[in-house]
Design a protein around this ligand. Structure first.
Ligand SMILES: [Mg+2]
Length: 118
């Protein structure tokens, strides 16, 4: 399974089956308030891998010069996504529909003034 051959619904169900196997939540459904809070904790863990990087470090990261760090970032990204998928499944959020809706909203929004000194 990879991004090219897996649907978001299939991923939602994979995460749900993990919750069932682990005995998390009620019938594999965890409290969405707690899931949202856990998502921010995982987001902080992801950010930790960027903490104290200088612009050259980030450029190297983007150029493939730090695969070990990218692997750690990918792991935390997966944690964030798994909570997001769980939240979407529990609340009946259609991820594709909502992302496309948001793209449309942002597309229509006038550009914000850019101030590089901020
Ligand atoms: Mg984590």
């Amino acid at each position: 399974m990879n991004d090219g051959n897996t649907t978001l619904n299939e991923l939602k169900e994979q995460v749900h089956r993990l919750c069932l196997r682990k005995g998390w939540g009620v019938d594999g459904v965890q409290n969405p308030q707690q899931v949202a809070m856990a998502m921010t904790v995982e987001m902080s863990e992801l950010l930790e891998h960027f903490q104290w990087l200088n612009p050259d470090d980030v450029r190297a990261l983007m150029a493939g010069g730090d695969p070990e760090r990218v692997a750690l970032i990918a792991e935390e990204f997966a944690d964030v996504m798994m909570y997001g998928l769980q939240l979407a499944r529990t609340l009946g959020i259609d991820i594709t529909g909502q992302v496309l809706r948001k793209i449309d909203i942002v597309d229509r929004r006038p550009p914000k003034p850019y101030n590089p000194k901020r």
